[in-house]
Design a protein around this ligand. Structure first.
Ligand code: SF4
Length: 337
């Protein structure tokens, strides 16, 4: 099975710190030099099978904003492991305002296939509040340039940013769909220790989303992107040891299985809409689902089942099958709806 070998270069290249970001806490990696990069790869190399499908990914900083020479040094390091057969592909994550032709030529020269952009939002007022230092138009330009050069393009989005309301999330989704990235990640904003957001939260200026709000907004993005053919490869931060250490997440909608909550919410509303449309009476709903979706369809601790059955109108049964579908029977007349 192909693996991603992550190499964190915390804040390397970032021209400043965005208000919500503390990569050293989020990634657990403190150093961003060449030796630290090599150490991280070596740790993976011990137990990772050589495979051309493996991908080395430079995360946690602004790769293309690094001095040119250091970008090249890191790419040469990656090539070393490509020649050894540990990896076959390279990806980088970076800021949209540091995408230009010379930088892309360098990435191409070293066989980088995928570039992930921290877009977060495409709403200029939200981007300004988050002190991102770039505009939505710059994100669009970067995506277009990357696509024109044949890169696989990733975009990262956030929900819960200061000044980001529902209409802003909706506009961002619409614009993102028009840009047609290949892959996307969705993160709910958390208040992490050592950030400007933590100060704003402590002073009562910033109010995080509740977990329910974050799930609803993330699902909106997930559904819209997926329907537009964008592959959503991650929802919610990786709950690693450093991030989860007491005192690191000060507030916000954190859940170790946030992605599962979001996907589960999708099934919850689909079935709930069907229940709400039923005339009065008693019904049995048989939900067929692929085996791997069992817990997602039922919801965490069967939360979906409890919600569907809450008012006693329906009784839920499950059956394994190839596709998700529902079959509703009216218990009074045994009619299938
Ligand atoms: S969000 Fe990205 S650009 Fe901003 S400080 Fe963090 S790593 Fe750097």
């Amino acid at each position: 099975m192909s693996k991603i070998i992550p190499v964190f270069i915390p804040h390397a290249g970032c021209p400043h710190q965005c208000i919500f970001c503390n990569q050293r806490t989020i990634s657990g990696q403190k150093e961003s030099g060449i030796n630290a990069a090599r150490e991280q790869i070596e740790k993976y190399a011990v137990w990772t099978k050589l495979s051309a499908g493996n991908e080395l990914a430079f995360y946690g900083g602004s790769f293309t904003a690094l001095p040119f020479e250091f970008q090249e040094e890191l790419l040469k390091l990656a090539m070393e492991y490509r020649i050894k057969g540990l990896i076959g592909k390279i990806r980088v994550s970076t800021r949209p305002d540091y995408i230009n032709s010379p930088v892309l030529a360098l990435l191409k020269q070293y066989g980088v296939k995928t570039v992930e952009l921290g877009a977060q939002s495409l709403d200029d007022s939200v981007l300004a509040k988050a002190e991102r230092g770039h505009t939505g138009a710059q994100v669009a330009e970067a995506v277009k340039l990357l696509k024109a050069e044949g890169f696989i393009v990733g975009m990262q989005f956030m929900v819960g940013l200061p000044a980001q309301d529902w209409s802003s999330v909706k506009k961002t989704l619409q614009q993102a769909i028009e840009l047609r990235p290949d892959i996307a990640r969705i993160y709910p904003l958390l208040v992490v220790r050592g950030t400007a957001l933590a100060k704003s939260y402590a002073e009562g200026e910033y109010k995080p989303l509740t977990i329910e709000e974050a799930v609803e907004q993330s699902f909106y993005l997930y559904e819209g992107l997926t329907q537009a053919g964008v592959k959503v490869i991650r929802i919610g931060l990786q709950p690693d040891k450093e991030l989860c250490q007491e005192g690191n997440i000060l507030a916000g909608p954190f859940h170790p299985s946030f992605g599962e909550l979001v996907k589960s919410y999708g099934y919850k509303i689909v079935v709930q809409k069907q229940i709400d449309a039923l005339p009065g009476g008693a019904y049995e709903i048989t939900i067929t689902h692929p085996p791997k979706l069992a817990s997602i369809v039922r919801g965490m601790h069967k939360a979906n089942v409890k919600a569907w059955e809450a008012d006693g109108k329906v009784k839920i049964k499950f059956k394994e099958g190839q596709e998700f579908q529902t079959n509703i029977v009216c218990l009074a007349g045994q009619n299938t709806i």
